[in-house]
Design a protein around this ligand. Structure first.
Ligand SMILES: NC(=O)c1ccc[n+]([C@@H]2O[C@H](COP(=O)([O-])OP(=O)(O)OC[C@H]3O[C@@H](n4cnc5c(N)ncnc54)[C@H](O)[C@@H]3O)[C@@H](O)[C@H]2O)c1
Length: 460
């Protein structure tokens, strides 16, 4: 089949490369000329394991191409995917659909013959209706169907997720469109991935419900972790005890610094707004968003506590900047709030990330010193904070770390070390939801953005 993908970011590029690998002929379009120029030179604009090879193979096989204009690709396409961004709208948190609607207008003028226009971007319920209206208005004679096919891939494991999904949700009641989507995803039937046909609105909502549920699971275990610290329990064991129950499942029960990334924060907000607009507020998700928001900065306070309550003039080494490992995506990464909190407290921050440094520099600027590796990062530091659990940080040579650090404080916000081992080496070790804070901790002081000192309690 002939496929056009409009928007070649994390989702568009991975989907395009995977569809090409299934045997379809795909053109990935992006209006960012720099991105397309890099792709044409075989350079990946994003870091995603296995993507460069997949793209290269399919370009060589003549199944994958790139363009800045969608004209040719859309005219010959059986299916056109919209995979542009849907960030939070400034001011009110609702999904900003301007990129989706712009793409719909551009696609409409080039439609030639029956075409299925598929929204892969995460969009609020009812967006498909508007996309349909826009296309019908722009090109009254066009023959088309608008389908919702939300994407569930995870950055860092995107190719495996796309090729071996738990399910593919397709929202349409148009029989011809169903046949096109069935053909597009036919290779997945070998892996027995269920193709779930629903109404368009149901598909749109399914994506938000799934993300909000996962965000809730993370937030739940994070609050349980806080309680563990107060009562002397171990959150990893609690999570294991919960997760072995098949009704609960062990995934997304890892306590940490709060969720970030390009999806959960904006999707929870957008769902909250949609629900409020329809007079059916989802209070549990409202609470999740609020709790998670506060948690990121609370992690800065946790580091400050570990340093004895004051970090003014101290150097804090931060390992891991991206919102999770195996991506270079810095969108809404907890590291951003944590670093800001540490700097507000007067700390100097040194940071290192295996793939996210370039993106991080654009957001954090020169106020952070960027290190060349974990040991360079720890050099002269008064505390080392592990913020993202890259594999490269799981087996650090702690003797070497110890030799270069100024003071031996290790704050492990991802619980990747064993406390006995680290403490035996002489570190003060602080993790999430594991430390039995039976004794009250001294009060820590953190300077707020306006410079006023605030007492902070309750961090183990
Ligand atoms: N990143 C993820 O892990 C993930 C997972 C599932 C779903 N999603 C959803 O998929 C959508 C895309 O996310 P992303 O992370 O790939 O975004 P992204 O920002 O990485 O990519 C979007 C791309 O679209 C391009 N674009 C915008 N308007 C265009 C137009 N009119 N014509 C051509 N190109 C255009 C931009 O230049 C950009 O390269 C979002 O709705 C997101 O919520 C993302």
């Amino acid at each position: 089949m002939q496929v056009a993908i409009v928007g070649s970011g994390y989702v568009g590029l991975v989907s395009g490369a995977c569809f090409a690998d299934f045997g379809h002929v795909v053109c990935c379009v992006d209006k960012d000329p720099d991105k397309i120029a890099r792709l044409r030179q075989g350079e990946m604009p994003i870091y995603e394991p296995g993507l460069a090879e997949l793209v290269d193979n399919n370009v060589r096989a003549g199944r994958l191409s790139f363009a800045t204009e969608l004209v040719e690709a859309v005219r010959r396409a059986d299916a056109v995917f919209i995979a542009v961004g849907t960030p939070s709208r400034r001011g009110d948190g609702f999904a900003d659909l301007s990129f989706v609607y712009q793409a719909a207008r551009e696609i409409a003028t080039e439609l030639d013959g029956y075409t299925v226009v598929v929204t892969k971007s995460t969009v609020p319920v009812g967006t498909g209706d508007e996309v349909q209206r826009i296309i019908a208005k722009t090109a009254p004679r066009a023959r088309f169907a608008v389908v919702s096919n939300p994407e569930f891939l995870r950055e860092g494991a995107a190719i495996a997720d796309f090729k071996r999904p738990d399910r593919v949700v397709v929202g349409t009641e148009d029989e011809r469109a169903k046949a096109v989507l069935t053909e597009l995803y036919r290779p997945l039937s070998l892996n027995q991935a269920p193709l779930l046909f629903t109404s368009r609105r149901t598909a749109e909502l399914t994506k938000y419900a799934a993300n909000a549920f996962l965000a809730t699971k993370i937030t739940f275990i994070n609050e349980i972790a806080d309680l563990c610290e107060k009562v002397g329990a171990n959150v990893q064991e609690v999570a294991r005890g919960m997760g072995l129950d098949n009704r609960i499942g062990s995934k997304f029960l890892h306590a940490g610094p709060g969720f970030g990334g390009s999806c959960f924060p904006k999707d929870t907000l957008a769902l909250i707004k949609t629900a409020q607009d329809h007079d059916a507020p989802i209070r549990i998700v409202e609470t999740v968003a609020a709790v998670n928001d506060q948690r990121k900065r609370a992690m800065a306070r946790k580091v400050i506590h570990a340093c004895g309550g004051n970090v003014r003039g101290k150097t804090i080494a931060v390992l891991g900047l991206t919102f999770k490992p195996n991506t270079d995506d810095m969108r809404e990464a907890p590291s951003l709030s944590i670093i800001a909190g540490l700097q507000d407290g007067g700390a100097k921050v040194r940071a290192y990330d295996p793939e996210g440094m370039e993106a991080a520099k654009r957001l954090l600027g020169d106020d952070v010193t960027y290190a060349s590796d974990p040991y360079d990062c720890a050099d002269g530091a008064d505390a080392l904070a592990i913020v993202t659990e890259w594999d490269a940080f799981r087996a650090l040579d702690l003797e070497r770390v110890k030799r270069v650090m100024n003071d031996l404080v290790l704050v492990d916000l991802r619980n990747i070390y064993r406390s006995e081992l680290v403490r035996k080496l002489g570190f003060r070790y602080v993790s999430v939801g594991q430390h039995a804070a039976v004794e009250p901790e001294p009060q820590a002081e953190i300077l707020g953005p306006l410079g006023g000192a605030r007492a902070v309690t309750g961090v183990a």
